[in-house]
Design a protein around this ligand. Structure first.
Ligand SMILES: [Zn+2]
Length: 228
């Protein structure tokens, strides 16, 4: 039985990570945003060329602002289709597009073929088909970061004694929790051309493996030394 089946059978609510689904959706979006001259207007459309990162951001926003409700999540996703056609009635009240005199910074969808492709993309996406798995908008990057630090201190190929294992695990815990905070995103405007001028790029700080919480580090080692 698949893992999701076991989870459902035990009455737990399954929830997927936002980053992975947004990344795979962006890949699908790329397929309809560019292509060969022969398939232009059929499998892809030039009016969707600047929508890849915008749709990825919209997926994030939709999951974050659905209040745990499946219908709201699907409605949030649908608003993008109207938004890119300059119909903003369904857009969020705080959005800049609801303000008078709004000038779009994207290519407005005018060709029905482009609208059809975008609609198909939204309605066939995993989030739209299985909204219950995404309504909580979970992020797992902190756990993944922590796992990476654990592997630095507890090599899977080495057999440690119980005490050494415990010390290394405690060291990893004391560092891992700090490292997660170090690898914070710094956003800035990237001036790489007219189209990307307003796009934001994330920059990760260099990883820092120093034990910041000296008390925790000392406790991990002294606990080990006391036993010996
Ligand atoms: Zn709008």
């Amino acid at each position: 039985m698949a893992l999701t089946g076991i989870i459902a059978k035990n009455g737990a609510h399954n929830s997927y990570d936002r980053w992975h689904i947004a990344r795979s959706a962006a890949k699908e979006m790329k397929k309809i945003s560019n292509g060969t001259k022969k398939t232009k207007g059929v499998t892809w459309h030039p009016e969707l060329a600047d929508k890849v990162s915008r749709m990825r951001n919209h997926l994030y926003w939709s999951m974050e602002h659905c209040n745990g409700d499946e219908t709201t999540l699907k409605r949030n996703l649908d608003t993008a289709i109207d938004h890119f056609q300059m119909r903003h009635d369904g857009c969020d009240a705080s959005s800049v597009c609801r303000q008078p005199g709004y000038i779009p910074d994207f290519i407005v969808l005018q060709d029905p073929a482009a609208v059809r492709l975008l609609t198909k993309f939204v309605h066939t996406s995993a989030i739209y088909r299985r909204p219950a798995d995404y309504i909580y908008g979970r992020d797992t990057y902190l756990v993944e970061s922590y796992n990476n630090v654990m592997l630095l201190y507890i090599d899977k190929r080495i057999h440690y004694g119980n005490q050494t294992y415990e010390m290394r695990r405690n060291l990893a815990s004391s560092i891992g929790t700090n490292m997660c905070h170090v690898a914070t995103r710094l956003c800035g405007v990237v001036d790489t051309g007219i189209r990307k001028a307003r796009q934001r790029k994330e920059t990760l700080c260099a990883k820092d493996f120093h034990v910041r919480n000296q008390d925790m580090g000392r406790a991990a080692v002294s606990n080990f030394l006391r036993r010996d």
